[in-house]
Design a binder for this molecule. Structure first.
Ligand SMILES: Cc1cc2nc3c(=O)[nH]c(=O)nc-3n(C[C@H](O)[C@H](O)[C@H](O)COP(=O)(O)OP(=O)(O)OC[C@H]3O[C@@H](n4cnc5c(N)ncnc54)[C@H](O)[C@@H]3O)c2cc1C
Ligand code: SF4
Ligand code: SF4
Length: 1017
């Protein structure tokens, strides 16, 4: 039995008093002080980890004023604040041991839009892609781009002065900020926008905080103008962190205080709102992928491509390309980056052209094409080929691959993982190739591996050397390499922080700026935040303040990770390897990743949050001397033991009475997971939450009793066949109000599905019977057209007509289908963490299927979420004993068959619409394409509808406590698409999804195979 866990981190009294004072003062946002909530924001994408004292999640400007004005009272003068957005920083910018103020959950409103004047006003928590999705129908976009665009916030972008692809043309975030509204540490609301010098001087004369700030910034920037211009590099990626140069225009006639706030990393105040310049979307776009014989060739060729009037030039090396080949994303991009016959591609430049009209586009593209053809023919510049596309969807997919590069690198095998600390160096583009060659030599001298990609047009290259941060010696190496790279960038006239800001690298600031200018930064900080209370330690400390800057030697995640024994880390590699890049925070409604995170906007309920909680739980267990793996083994071999029941009952009773145990916090996060497995498919590191979740559940329930619903769900494959013997009776009972009430109150279950009437056996009436002996006796020729259909509990007992239709379809196509006897699959047991029982179920099923696989016949299943268990969970549970049988999802088999032309009915003049199950399409990325191929081969049109999770996910949608989230998920992504599609045109691959549509719309859509059957001639 696992012990109780009580983390040592108790909160200081002043934090608890501050929490109470906030509530009393009418703070309308959320205040989170649990250990789990604090852990969820203790990391970003960097190597660092810092546990905050609390997380404040304001809803309004007035909430931020409440925080800051209350913070002025002497009782709270020791409190410090770090603003936070998407938490995607790569250098610990938003990490703190003080209070996190996270604006990303609630402050997500787009407030005002003016197409004529080309601007938009937004709250700081708006996500970059959310803004662009809003602007797209109006023909505009917010131009500064960054790889984390689907989760990084405008507040975070402003505060790091983010930029990325296309920065040569589109500039950085600061180039597009028209006005800012900020709240300062004393509660002052500061509005900034470009203004005439005279107005700035008038403001500077005011006897208040704003006057003091203007006075200081005017003085610092005018007195040292020449020095500033000499120090700030003449680069596209100019300096971040108090931009002393660009507060002025060239003529010194216009002043914008906002320029010191952009890039300030939250060290000067909270950005609350921003008025942003927006850019018209170019009507014509083309992407040319130029392929090279080496990465060096790609780098050296970049200036030529820029000179060829490219809008942007992005590069990736062969390592990134190779990793992309093994990722779900490759299916979308492979046709645009085909291999060159007889050559090996070691580098790729992606050249984008934007144009206002077709003639302009053709002129640019044809000129470059001629040169590229010449180069390929003459073997010049290492160019081995190129490919061109105008397909907007293809272009965005290729960029999605490029944006995923960091995550993909993190998926490298072995203990050494690519880590950020030198990942955004910028040098003048003409020096880039030489700089990178020397950079590579430096890394090679330390025997470090790395992958490279980046914005060659701007001289920015992303390099993440692979280190094992759990090894203290490698932590020392990180510092050494870091120092060497700082020196190297200086040698080539560049910057260590060319894109991602300073964060824990702030310690390099004084040496870079020199005493005089750095002191001016400190004076500016003092004018805004004299007591160093805003994101302390980042960028600089206030003038005449003795606090220290944060440093590259700060406490790292590896320090905590290494406290988990290696064998445990390896066994829970999925949780251990999450690198925090935050791709799982994807805001996009129609993306499968990650429903619980999307709907709660709570970081604990994301794959990253759950992985972090799991790591900490394993660390605390290890600290208490618990051998988690041994406990698991014991539970698998002997079960929890009846003798422990009394102890469990006592522990559960104590839980009811509010006894603290960190395991409860982990449990709450795990319970919110839908076990949809979108993370396992879409996370670049393949963090598979359901896999470690079920292991956690098993261990948790070795100490605490299980709720009744766990037994009901886990036993569904055993009870359904029995109940299906009396379907009318059972359904009648289920429809009664008292039964519904009882199920809801005792089991916690609502809207239970009804059993099929007539049953499957009645519908089949003795056809398609499986007879092993008969099959074994047949010759290979006789067996040729036999296909075996594997039953699953959901379709067989609750949707028998689908099983019957599948068999009929196969028969009509000329096959001899046979229905295998029902054998439990085990998924419900796995989902609820009954791993001992699951192993037994899996073993029985595997033995049966292995016996069949000797017959060499196709084994097909109808519901992908169950079929996929044979491929993944069975391997994990049984190892070699799983054998090598294969069960295909129905479409995987059907796509290989020849289909006749189908009937074209008048009511189907519009294309059919495919809604694919999220588990299926993330694990089998060709699912939608395969169905389109099948329908096209049958002469039918099928459009794919991009949808996220339907909110049902097995039994999640039936559990009482999930009702609000289940409905909200359906409304978020499915409801609008369902509304736009007639039910007769809708084709839905998942049992759960069909049930959810039935539950909310009253009618059930068909599976795509059923429509085929109906249209067979
Ligand atoms: C895989 C990956 C790829 C990346 N690619 C790029 C890229 O292409 N280009 C690029 O520029 N960056 C990139 N980054 C870095 C990061 O995404 C950016 O710095 C981004 O702008 C951070 O936004 P965020 O909302 O996540 O902010 P956070 O990480 O939460 O915060 C960043 C900083 O901004 C401050 N801050 C946040 N909100 C506010 C606010 N409202 N008021 C005041 N201060 C605030 C925080 O205190 C912190 O100092 C990448 C990061 C990762 C993990
Ligand atoms: S779970 Fe995956 S996507 Fe999410 S932060 Fe971790 S590695 Fe990134
Ligand atoms: S299984 Fe689904 S709900 Fe659970 S963490 Fe993964 S993506 Fe989120």
């Amino acid at each position: 039995m696992i012990p109780k866990l009580t983390p040592e981190h108790t909160l200081p009294a002043c934090v608890l008093a501050f929490r109470d004072a906030l509530v009393a003062a009418g703070f309308s946002g959320d205040i989170e002080t649990s250990y789990a909530a604090r852990l969820a924001v203790a990391t970003d994408n960097s190597v660092y980890q810092a546990l905050p004292q609390a997380v404040l999640l304001p809803k309004t400007l007035s909430d931020l004023q409440t925080i800051t004005t209350l913070g002025q009272s002497p009782a709270f003068s020791g409190l410090k604040f770090s603003p936070r957005g998407g938490g995607t920083g790569t250098n610990g910018q938003a990490l703190t041991e003080h209070l996190v103020v996270d604006v990303s959950r609630h402050m997500r409103q787009i407030l005002e839009f003016n197409a004529e004047e080309r601007w938009v006003r937004v709250e700081a928590g708006v996500i970059k892609d959310q803004l662009n999705a809003f602007l797209k129908p109006h023909g505009f976009f917010f131009a500064p781009d960054l790889s984390t665009s689907n989760r990084a916030t405008i507040g975070g972008m402003i505060s790091t002065d983010a930029s990325g692809q296309g920065s040569l043309v589109y500039g950085k975030t600061s180039d597009h900020v028209l006005a800012l509204k900020s709240v300062l540490v004393d509660g002052t609301v500061l509005d900034t926008a470009p203004m005439p010098r005279s107005q700035a001087e008038t403001l500077a004369a005011e006897p208040n905080r704003i006057g003091a700030i203007y006075r200081q910034v005017l003085q610092s920037t005018l007195d040292h103008r020449e020095q500033i211009k000499a120090k700030f590099p003449r680069l596209n990626r100019f300096l971040t962190g108090y931009d002393l140069e660009h507060v002025w225009n060239e003529q010194l006639s216009e002043f914008d205080l906002g320029r010191v706030i952009t890039g300030a990393e939250g060290s000067l105040g909270f950005v609350v709102e921003a008025k942003l310049n927006i850019t018209p979307i170019a009507p014509f776009k083309c992407l040319i992928n130029v392929k090279y014989d080496s990465f060096e060739s790609a780098l050296r060729n970049a200036p030529f491509l820029v000179a060829a009037r490219a809008t942007s030039v992005e590069t990736v090396d062969s390592k990134v390309l190779d990793l992309a080949r093994n990722d779900i994303i490759w299916h979308q991009v492979k046709s645009y980056i085909e291999d060159v016959p007889g050559k090996t591609m070691y580098g790729l430049n992606m050249v984008e052209y934007n144009a206002e009209d077709e003639a302009e586009m053709q002129d640019k593209v044809q000129t470059l094409e001629q040169r590229l053809q010449q180069a390929v023919a003459n073997g010049e510049s290492g160019i081995i080929g190129y490919q061109l596309t105008y397909d907007l969807n293809g272009i965005s997919q290729i960029y999605a691959m490029r944006k995923k590069a960091v995550g993909l690198l993190g998926n490298a095998k072995g203990a050494q993982k690519p880590v950020p600390f030198t990942e955004d160096t910028a040098v003048p583009p003409e020096n880039l190739a030489d700089f990178i060659m020397e950079f590579r030599a430096l890394l090679d001298s330390h025997q470090l591996t790395y992958g490279m990609f980046g914005h060659v047009d701007a001289g920015v290259l992303h390099v993440r050397p692979a280190l094992d941060m759990t090894d203290p010696a490698q932590e020392v190496l990180l510092r050494q390499v870091s120092d060497q790279v700082v020196a190297l960038t200086a040698k080539y006239g560049g910057l260590m922080w060319g894109e991602h800001g300073k964060g824990y690298r702030s310690e390099y600031g004084p040496a870079f700026f020199g005493d005089t200018l750095f002191n001016e930064l400190r004076k500016i900080k003092a004018a805004f935040d004299p007591d160093n209370r805003m994101n302390p330690g980042k960028i600089c400390t206030p003038w005449q303040n003795n606090d220290k800057l944060v440093s590259v030697d700060g406490v790292k995640r590896g320090y905590f990770d290494r406290q988990i024994p290696l064998t445990v880390r390896q066994s829970f590699d999925s949780a251990a390897n999450c690198n925090g890049n935050g791709l799982c925070f994807n805001y996009e409604e129609n993306s499968p990743m990650c429903p619980s995170s999307k709907i709660t906007k709570d970081r604990q309920h994301s794959p990253k949050g759950r992985a972090g909680l799991m790591r900490e739980w394993l660390r605390l267990m290890s600290k208490q001397g618990v051998d988690v793996l041994a406990q698991e083994q014991q539970l698998l071999e002997r079960g929890a033991g009846i003798g422990k029941l009394w102890q469990k009952a006592r522990n559960s009773w104590r839980k009811q009475r509010g006894e603290q145990d960190f395991s409860h916090e982990v449990m709450a996060a795990m319970e919110g997971c839908l076990a949809c497995k979108a993370c396992a498919g879409q996370c670049p590191i393949k963090v598979d939450v359901p896999s470690f979740r079920s292991r956690f559940l098993q261990l948790y329930h070795s100490r605490y009793l299980r709720p009744l619903k766990d037994y009901v769900v886990a036993g569904i494959e055993q009870t359904a066949p029995m109940l299906a013997k009396f379907p009318t009776l059972v359904n009648g009972g289920l429809k009664l109000t008292p039964t519904k009430f009882l199920l809801e109150k005792t089991v916690g279950y609502v809207d239970s599905p009804l059993l099929s009437v007539p049953t499957l056996a009645q519908q089949l009436d003795g056809q398609y019977t499986f007879d092993l002996a008969k099959l074994q006796a047949m010759s290979a020729a006789e067996r040729q057209n036999v296909v075996l259909l594997v039953q699953d509990p959901f379709t067989s007992f609750y949707e028998a007509e689908l099983v019957a239709d599948a068999l009929a379809l196969m028969q009509k196509l000329g096959f001899k289908p046979m229905l295998l006897p029902f054998l439990p699959n085990g998924k419900p047991q796995h989902v609820k963490g009954f791993l001992r029982e699951f192993a037994k179920t899996a073993s029985t099923a595997a033995q049966f299927f292995n016996q069949l696989s000797a017959l060499d016949l196709p084994l097909l299943g109808l519901d992908a979420s169950l079929v996929l268990v044979y491929r993944d969970e069975y391997v994990k549970a049984l190892g070699e004993l799983r054998g090598d049988f294969t069960v295909q999802v129905f479409h995987e088999w059907l796509v290989q068959q020849k289909l006749p032309a189908m009937k074209q009915l008048a009511e189907h003049t519009n294309p059919f619409k495919l809604f694919a199950h999220c588990t299926e399409k993330t694990a089998l990325p060709t699912t939608e394409k395969n169905w389109q191929q099948i329908y096209s081969a049958a002469g039918l049109k099928l459009d794919v509808v991009a949808v996220g999770c339907c909110g049902m996910a097995g039994t999640y949608g039936h559990e009482v406590q999930n009702q609000a989230n289940s409905r909200a998920l359906y409304d978020l992504s499915w409801q609008q698409h369902v509304e736009q599609t007639s039910i007769s045109n809708m084709l839905v691959t998942g049992f759960s999804c069909r049930s959810q549509v039935k539950r909310y719309e009253g009618s059930k859509p068909l599976h795509p195979l059923q429509q085929l059957l109906r249209l067979l001639p």
